[in-house]
Design a binder for this molecule. Structure first.
Ligand SMILES: *Cc1c(COP(=O)(O)O)cnc(C)c1O
Length: 492
């Protein structure tokens, strides 16, 4: 059957290359001739005489010396990415050779083979930067994590008896000693500590929370939502700025199980404010046979005023004022790994530990090792080895020296300027400490900041008024040197 030749043939292109063969009329004998040109998804019959764009086959790319040594699976992935990336240019008629595709595949390969979770030098001026993993661990804690990772570790094993032991006992003595609590439980993070505690202590019952403490922690963790997600009925009392003891007392019913206190760790209400004295709230809770849950968040174990900061309520103070259970993060002002700390009365902590959800939010051996080592530093009075406190304790002179070094490494315009470091990570809101920054003024601050971010380790500063500000507060001496080397290289 003979067809008349269509003027333009439209078709959808699904694969990366489509070859349409022209069969000479009559069908008999003769080779099929490739005659098509693929153009923006449309096959143009009339363009049959045009050359096909030069898109190399995956096989030919894999044979290229740039990719020859790469692991096969990754090389295929990289080659496909390169072809995908350059195809539009090739189709648009740009003259590309196989080396262009290979170079593109090679950089894709570097991306594919580099760790995404990689070290960063934090020069943002935010000491606890959630995007950069909050607290960095003390050397002793990092070593404990590495040791526990590299080998089998004594996690739930009693070396005395050779029997199954208790994972929590590693840190329980330390936490009790440091907070004055009777018992402790550590879980995955503070969010899960809140969820677990509410579920175990108040499921299907009412939980009273002040409107002044309806906190959103970030990452869509909102106190009222968590209360509901824990199966509790939320009872709001008081106003944003003022809640009185009487408000709590009046709201109590037969159905009430707990008062929940939530530390406004990431914001401040100032001015005409009031909240009940914690001791009196605890007294009221115990009068009514209720549990007082105090979500402290920041997890401070030391007197923050020693570092020139505002007074931050400590875990010990919260325990002392009569809360039945106090909750905190491991990686905020405690300066340890991500963890949820639960300390309090034996009976309450036992009840929480027995709840099936406790197993679902169990702490892992690496965190346990890092947390134990961090707590040991506190017990030994070695807080200055914990990076958060070391950062906050840096002298003005050493900050200025480091800022000068960095500014000096840039061959263009650069100054040393006064600025503020912040605590961040949902701790001590509004609190700033004076620092010195290198202020680099490149042609494009965006471009320089990007180049710094993409170096290895990633160097993260902040942009302010056309300059890249680099705050040395949270960087160690070797990191400052690495930054200087990079700045020299980039300003060449
Ligand atoms: C930060 C914070 C949390 C959440 O802690 P994560 O360890 O990040 O899960 C909960 N409550 C308060 C008051 C906090 O400040």
């Amino acid at each position: 059957m003979m067809h008349s030749r269509p003027k333009t043939l439209m078709m959808m292109i699904r694969t990366e290359e489509v070859e349409v063969l022209f069969l000479p009329p009559g069908g008999g004998g003769g080779d099929a001739i490739p005659i098509t040109r693929v153009y923006q998804g449309r096959l143009n019959w009339d363009a049959a005489v045009m050359p096909r764009p030069q898109i190399p086959s995956i096989d030919s790319l894999l044979a290229h010396p740039d990719l020859a040594d790469a692991p096969a699976r990754l090389a295929v992935q990289a080659a496909r990415l390169a072809v995908d990336q350059l195809r539009p240019e090739a189709l648009a008629g740009k003259d590309l050779v196989i080396d262009d595709f290979a170079a593109c595949a090679k950089s894709a390969l570097i991306q594919l083979t580099s760790m995404r979770t990689r070290p960063a030098i934090n020069l943002t001026g935010v000491v606890l930067h959630t995007g950069l993993g909050r607290a960095r661990l003390a050397d002793a804690a990092a070593k404990a994590v590495a040791d526990a990772a590299e080998s089998h570790a004594v996690v739930e094993f009693d070396l005395e008896t050779g029997q199954r032991g208790d994972r929590q006992s590693h840190v329980e003595d330390l936490l009790c000693e440091l907070t004055g609590a009777q018992a402790s439980l550590v879980v995955n993070n503070c969010a899960s500590a809140v969820l677990l505690t509410l579920t175990a202590m108040a499921k299907d019952k009412e939980v009273i929370l002040s409107r002044g403490e309806m906190v959103e922690i970030g990452g869509s963790f909102r106190m009222p939502d968590i209360v509901r997600a824990s199966g509790c009925r939320l009872v709001e009392v008081g106003c944003t700025n003022k809640t009185h003891l009487k408000d709590y007392a009046d709201a109590c019913t037969e159905e009430t199980a707990a008062f929940l206190k939530c530390h406004p760790s990431s914001y401040q209400v100032v001015g005409f404010t009031a909240a009940p004295i914690p001791e009196l709230l605890a007294e009221l809770a115990h009068d009514r046979n209720l549990t007082l849950i105090d979500d402290l968040g920041s997890g401070c174990l030391v007197d923050s005023t020693k570092w020139g900061l505002r007074k931050e309520r400590t875990l010990a103070e919260a325990v002392k004022s009569g809360a039945d259970v106090v909750l905190a993060s491991g990686d905020k002002l405690l300066g340890g790994p991500q963890a949820g700390i639960i300390v309090g009365n034996v009976s309450v902590v036992k009840k929480i530990a027995k709840h099936p959800l406790a197993r679902a939010v169990r702490i892992d051996k690496l965190t346990l090792a890092g947390l134990e080592a961090t707590l040991r530093l506190y017990r030994e009075g070695r807080e200055d080895e914990i990076p958060i406190w070391r950062s906050l304790g840096r002298s003005d002179e050493s900050l200025r020296w480091a800022a000068r070094k960095m500014a000096g490494a840039w061959s263009g315009q650069a100054d040393v300027v006064r600025a503020d470091s912040r605590i961040g990570g949902g701790s001590l809101p509004g609190m700033v400490v004076p620092t010195w920054c290198a202020s680099i003024v490149p042609n494009s601050a965006d471009k320089l900041a990007r180049a710094l971010r993409q170096s290895s380790p990633a160097i993260v500063g902040r942009i302010e008024g056309g300059a890249v500000l680099l705050d040395p507060r949270t960087a160690e001496a070797d990191e400052i040197q690495a930054v200087c080397r990079k700045l020299k290289e980039l300003s060449k």
